[in-house]
Design a protein around this ligand. Structure first.
Ligand SMILES: NC(=O)c1ccc[n+]([C@@H]2O[C@H](COP(=O)([O-])OP(=O)(O)OC[C@H]3O[C@@H](n4cnc5c(N)ncnc54)[C@H](OP(=O)(O)O)[C@@H]3O)[C@@H](O)[C@H]2O)c1
Length: 384
């Protein structure tokens, strides 16, 4: 395959660092043209030296100033708008969208508008703005290639299949660190406990979302928008081992699954090399060692975030935007020790109830509604 020039947005995070690992294993196939992150100057500077990237960006403008001093020959972009400008300045073959939270949406949209393919890890763009993201891609002819392991699994299962023949998507969930904890003990769990995911090492926001199952709710949106199925066709199945990354059922009752070790470098690499495959430096899957495999229904009462996501999906009309803004604020409050774990869904539900149902279809309205939900929850007080 021709060498691909990559713009890596969110380079200092868990997905970003693993993307650089994949790129360094295949220097003949990939080259890092640009790196961008939030405020972590030190990590970004190290990555700039290691990759020789000519375009650098930080959302934090004072940290971006330090980048200018340190790399006088690089083109440096500063602030949220700077990261959007960076996309068209770099003109990469592929943008990797690995910024966490809602902040990743504008640059992903800018890439798709410019007709640039996006390998997407960041969930919030498809939750808050799924119709806008996919319509933007359709108009320009750009592709959205999923990085998330479950989404990548589905993407691989339907490759070459007729989409009209899909009857159900079976989205697997590890269940998170509290799958077996009695519900009455959930109120006392600490951020440290919630951050200790049994199978995956990820950024803080997505790890807490995995513990509340909000993450699985977000993936229902991702499946709906990426693969054009209805929300009702997406069924969540708890599979603690995280070896079966998801399954697709077809009209003849055949079910196709994708399996692999829980290692994000595999779906990242597939998104970078798609439609080709490259070797990966992992031991082959050993089914006997990885099993036995278990499957169960999620506990929707114990984990209300899953129910809230489905309600927001069915309601439409801006509710999915409120879901992302409210969840982001509630997770921050929990990580700061200001609310209990069980307050997260309570706060999100209050924000959903407070929304007046006004739709948000363009970036400006979506941004405004997300900010409103974020502020609404940030100002709430816990009963603790
Ligand atoms: N990690 C996984 O295994 C995994 C799996 C599936 C999907 N995802 C999704 O992928 C995304 C990234 O996850 P992650 O685990 O890599 O998160 P992470 O480790 O927290 O990294 C987040 C990245 O986003 C950057 N960032 C944060 N706020 C920003 C802003 N306002 N503007 C620009 N950049 C900003 C951070 O920069 P600083 O370091 O400078 O703050 C960092 O580079 C999330 O949406 C997550 O849901 C992750």
């Amino acid at each position: 395959m021709d060498k691909r020039r990559i713009l890596l947005l969110g380079s200092t995070g868990s997905i970003g660092i693993q993307t650089l690992d994949v790129v360094s294993c295949h220097p003949e196939s990939f080259e890092i043209a640009g790196l961008a992150a939030g405020s972590d100057f030190n990590t970004l500077a190290e990555q700039a030296v290691a990759t020789g990237a000519e375009y650098l960006g930080l959302a934090d403008t004072s940290a971006a100033g330090k980048l200018r001093d340190r790399f006088p020959d690089a083109r440096v972009f500063a602030g949220a708008d700077g990261l959007v400008e960076m996309v068209s300045a770099v003109e990469p073959d592929l943008v990797v969208g690995a910024i966490s939270g809602f902040a990743g949406l504008p640059s992903v949209l800018a890439a798709l508008e410019a007709g640039i393919n996006v390998a997407l890890a960041n969930k919030e763009p498809l939750v808050a703005a799924g119709a806008l993201v996919m319509e933007t891609a359709r108009r320009s002819g750009a592709e959205v290639i999923p990085i998330d392991s479950e989404l990548s699994a589905i993407f691989q299962c339907i490759e070459g299949e007729c989409k009209a023949a899909i009857t159900r998507i079976l989205l697997t969930a590890s269940g998170g660190p509290f799958a077996t904890l009695p519900a009455e003990q959930l109120a006392e769990v600490t951020p440290e406990q919630a951050l200790a995911h049994p199978n995956w090492k990820m950024g803080r926001k997505v790890t807490i979302d995995s513990a509340t199952l909000a993450n699985k709710g977000f993936e229902i949106f991702e499946v709906r928008w990426l693969f054009g199925v209805s929300f009702e066709q997406v069924q969540v199945v708890v599979h603690h081992q995280s070896i079966i990354h998801s399954l697709v059922e077809f009209c003849d009752t055949s079910v196709i699954a994708q399996l692999g070790w829980p290692d994000m470098r595999v779906p990242i690499q597939y998104a970078l090399s798609y439609p080709q495959r490259l070797p990966a430096p992992l031991k082959p899957l050993d089914l006997a060692a990885a099993g036995p495999f278990t499957f169960a229904e999620p506990d929707a009462e114990k984990f209300p975030c899953l129910r809230l996501a489905r309600q927001a999906a069915q309601a439409g009309a801006g509710y999915p935007v409120v879901l992302t803004g409210a969840d982001e604020a509630a997770v921050q409050l929990f990580l700061a020790g200001r609310i209990r774990f069980t307050d997260i869904p309570v706060f999100v539900e209050r924000a959903l109830e407070a929304h007046d149902g006004t739709p948000a279809d363009n970036l400006q309205d979506i941004q405004r509604l997300n900010d409103w939900a974020y502020e609404y929850v940030s100002e709430m007080r816990s009963n603790r």
